[in-house]
Design a binder for this molecule. Structure first.
Ligand code: GH3
Ligand code: MG
Ligand code: MG
Ligand code: MG
Length: 323
């Protein structure tokens, strides 16, 4: 009986859990000898969903479209080079990460070596042993699922690291790392860049009067309205508790002023629903607005200027835009 290296030294219950983790996959079998593929498909169908494609050109198309967990490719195809199919599958974005199990006659061992060099993950020699075929298929499917899981986790971690959990906007760290890049791009392309700091007026009294949860509702709804008023290339982030920054590439002071004013009105003009819509609160914001003044200006100076403008907006009575 064939055993995979992972199974050696494990107790029976662990062994079956590992086996189960590689079952129920979607497999595409590329083989053009009927007696061969009928037998292989029958064996594999006990544990997986299996599609057979005798035509290698069609197979590549199916592999890219079909969301398979494993490709099993015969290297002894009558009318096509199975190795070429493997190498094409490796170069296509949609199939790059799909494991490939190659099948060949024992006398085709050199072709198998080439296959391993171009990214075939494992192989089986004919005549194929039933237990070994199932074990190797499971191993590849299990590994594929595990690496997909890791990739998702990495993706999630990256997203969490750059996102503010309450509002879903970018966080301050992300903004600070990208602002410098956006400023450099603006400088080198000779384009304007606008930046505004937005601060909710008397937010502390919203918390004091309606509770911290109501304050959180306001922050979330505020983020929704911010997203509606900006373009895809604009960068919006939660800069601090109730302070936000919007960076607008290719935007001059005049246009940014109109955006800021529209946003200010969208906040003041429509009360915020809190406590699951049972209560509505009037909210206003103050905005300090500025633009990149000269090529290569330090972003810290741009932020400072926006902050000074915000301070004046507060001092002059709040619910206004100052640049
Ligand atoms: P001003 O008009 O001068 O900006 O007054 P303000 O009350 O908005 O400013 P202040 O900086 O005094 O208060 C901000 C408050 O925001 C204080 C803090 O408790 C609250 N806050 C910060 N983060 C959060 C949060 O995540 N949720 C809630 N509900 N409140 C927060
Ligand atoms: Mg304040
Ligand atoms: Mg405030
Ligand atoms: Mg503040």
């Amino acid at each position: 009986r064939a055993i995979t290296s992972l199974e050696i030294g494990m107790q029976a219950p662990e062994r079956s859990a590992i086996a189960d983790a590689g079952k129920g996959g979607r497999i595409l079998l590329v083989d053009d000898r009927q007696s061969s593929y009928e037998r292989l498909a029958t064996i594999l169908a006990a544990e997986h969903t299996i599609d057979v494609e005798p035509n290698p050109t069609e197979a590549l198309f199916h592999a890219a479209e079909g969301n398979y967990d494993l490709l099993i490719v015969s290297l002894d195809l009558n009318n096509f080079d199975g190795l070429r199919l493997c190498s094409q599958a490796r170069s296509l974005e949609r199939t790059r990460h799909v494991p490939i199990l190659a099948i060949a006659e024992a006398e085709n061992a050199t072709r198998l070596l080439r296959g391993l060099e171009i990214g075939v993950n494992d192989y089986l020699l004919r005549p194929i042993d039933k237990t070994e075929l199932l074990a190797r298929a499971r191993t590849q499917i299990r590994r594929r699922r595990y690496t997909d899981h890791l990739r998702d986790n990495v993706q999630n971690s990256i997203e969490m690291a750059i996102t503010d959990a309450l509002t879903g906007l970018h966080n301050r760290r992300y903004m600070e790392s990208h602002l410098a890049t956006l400023a450099e791009q603006a400088s080198s392309r000779g384009k304007p860049l606008a930046l505004m700091i937005l601060d909710i007026d008397y937010f502390k009294s919203i918390n004091d009067n309606y509770g911290h949860d109501a304050g959180d509702d306001v922050l979330r709804e505020f983020a929704v309205r911010v997203r509606k008023s900006i373009r895809g290339i604009d960068l919006a982030c939660r800069y601090g508790g109730e302070e936000f920054v919007i960076v607008m590439p290719e935007t001059d002071l005049h246009v940014a002023g109109m955006v800021a004013e529209r946003l200010r009105r969208s906040i003041a003009g429509e009360p915020f629903a809190v406590h699951k819509g049972t209560k509505r609160i009037e909210v206003t914001i103050s905005i300090g607005l500025t633009t990149l003044e000269q090529k290569g200006e330090a972003v810290a100076d741009v932020l400072k200027r926006a902050d000074t403008a915000l301070y004046r907006a507060k001092h002059d009575g709040r619910n206004r835009v100052v640049s």
